[in-house]
Design a binder for this molecule. Sequence first.
Ligand code: AMP
Length: 374
Amino acid sequence: MTTVGILGGGQLARMLALAGAPLGLRFRVLDVSADACAGQCAPLTVADYHDRAALERFADSVDVVTFDFENVPAQSAHWLAERCPVFPNPNALALTQDRLAEKQLFASLGLATPAFRTVDSHADLIAACAEIGFPCILKTRRLGYDGKGQYRLRATSDIAAAWSAIGGAPLILEAFVCFDRELSVIAVRAQNGELRSYPLAQNWHQDGVLSASLAPAPEQTEVAALAVAAVHRLAEQLDYVGVLALELFDCQGQLLANEMAPRVHNSGHWTIEAADCSQFANHLRAVTGLPLGSTAMHGVAAMLNWVGNLPDRGAVLSEPRGYFHDYGKAARDGRKVGHATIMAEQPAQLADALGRVAARLHRQHQIAPLLAML
Ligand code: AMP
């Protein structure tokens, strides 16, 4: 019997626990919040990630540790790694916690990125804006996710407001890229170095939060090889074990790396129903030393995120291949509370199904960009 410990008890940990049940895996989850939603599916330890006594008890009760989110303190991950196996390794985790280190790694591996400058002072910001030009986007180097800790600048007159919003913390200024589309590629690397990746997804964001994904991304033959080579290079460089996601901007066929996530990823939720072996099952296979599963997908799939509150599930469940996921969270503005995956054999059938869901849920704004691609 293998017990997997997960640091972070959100929906990703919850979906890992659900995926691990058929493999006979047991789980323990550690989170700072007593109502972390993975606690509905696995025993939950409520503790601070810096609490060494709690971490020690946690390490003693599991066979391997992994993460549901990347902002677990890297020192805690290192400390745990001296007591039990931790995948992905804490160095990879630490690197993805700093947008600057991440961008420098991309550059060192020959992966293009949006132009960027580090910003540690108001004077740096003025100089960086002059070099990068407008529009540009100021981001905290650490602890940012889902568009949090970001400020978009359109002109010199925005500098003061941007600085007062997030100044003081270590920052990075990036050129605002007028991309044609956003893509992500999800790879999984086993302990023996074997690498597999899923078909690319095209993603749409609303206020910095993922709103919808379409897989496979249309017209992906040209860019897929580039994206897969990039994520494989990263995984090898980091001696990575588990699922690694890479977010990319597609600018007329040129791919710019935005960021990576050292965990299962929201843009891969469609793999639960539409791939031979989901990203969750494959992550668990990797971290427990089992053979990887096939990453092939069937037909086409759309994933719709439910942010804030859940819509009527009947609209999704009445579709022949509509799957509704409720994370068991209380409704709250900006919070991811669930998602749906809708599948079909052919793009035209998926378009019909999405059209019906859009009409029943009054979600045209969320679904129209996907329909335009089908
Ligand atoms: P991030 O947290 O860096 O993934 O940013 C969230 C979203 O903001 C991205 O998925 C993009 O939609 C947008 N975004 C972030 N950085 C840039 C950029 N340099 N240029 C254009 N859009 C961006």
